[in-house]
Design a protein around this ligand. Structure first.
Ligand SMILES: [Zn+2]
Length: 261
């Protein structure tokens, strides 16, 4: 056997030691081992690897010696052998199936995050709208509460036996302490684009000051608190003015009342 043929036999011995050699070739290797000390030494050195893999080439030998047929290594055994010989192969094969699912999982996560993000943006938008609506309703409720309180005060003032009532066209002017009201009960609807406007003359003033504007309800009723300190007002009047009010009266007043001071 020449050198290169013997080197080839050494490789074959290694495979034989791992129990991965078909029986026909294994028999040739066993024959060679009887006559070759170098290959026997190679086989002896490889024996620990054989036991580490958990297979027994000896068993194969014994079985072959006993004349039993030895089945070639199954796929599972081959896999175990390959893992022992080339652990990297096993790792590469193990890694690949992980890399792609991991990528797929990452892609799925990106999609999930996008969907969640879009969903959250939508929810946040709805939440902001709801919060704005709640704030508006709260402001409206507070305004309504203030209005209700004003109306209760007005009712109490109008009904109070010690309030002063002054009869004017279409209703009354009522003074109770520092508060002043214009209480109309038969006020015609003003012309289109026009409103009624109150005027007050403060003590010592030379001309009327513009005050609140108002319109009666469908029944011609209007109860208007006049925002002024009644104690300092000597006269009150009402005129028809353009919507939004005027700085100076632009029409003949429907009434001018001089208040007893
Ligand atoms: Zn040899």
């Amino acid at each position: 056997m020449n050198t290169s043929a013997h080197d080839e036999m050494l490789d074959t011995v290694a495979v034989y030691a791992l129990g991965a050699l078909p029986e026909r070739e294994a028999r040739a290797v066993r024959e060679h081992l009887r006559s070759c000390a170098e290959c026997r030494e190679e086989y002896r050195l490889l024996a620990p690897a054989v036991s580490a893999v958990g297979i027994s080439a000896e068993a194969c030998v014994d079985a072959a010696s006993a004349g039993a047929s030895v089945a070639p290594p199954g796929p599972l055994l081959k896999k175990r052998i390959m893992q022992q010989i080339r652990p990297n192969v096993g790792e590469m094969r193990a890694v690949r199936p992980i890399v792609w699912p991991a990528y797929a999982v990452a892609a799925a996560c990106v999609v999930a995050v996008l969907i969640t993000s879009i969903f959250n943006t939508s929810l946040n938008s709805q939440l902001r709208e709801s919060q704005t609506r709640v704030a508006q309703l709260n402001a409206h409720a507070a305004a309504t509460a203030r209005e209700l309180n004003t109306q209760r005060t007005a009712i109490a003032d109008l009904l109070s036996p010690d309030s002063q009532r002054f009869e004017v066209a279409n209703g009354y002017v009522i003074k109770h302490g520092s508060r002043l009201y214009i209480a109309m009960n038969a006020l015609p609807e003003p012309p289109k684009g026009k409103v009624y406007q109150a005027w007050t003359l403060r003590q010592g003033a030379s001309k009327m000051s513009p005050s609140v504007t108002f319109v009666p309800n469908g029944s011609g009723v209007a109860v208007v608190p006049v925002p002024v300190n009644a104690a300092s007002v000597v006269a009150v009047a009402v005129s028809v003015e353009p919507d939004g009010g005027s700085k100076q009266p632009t029409s003949t007043p429907t009434f001018v009342l001089k208040l007893a001071s």
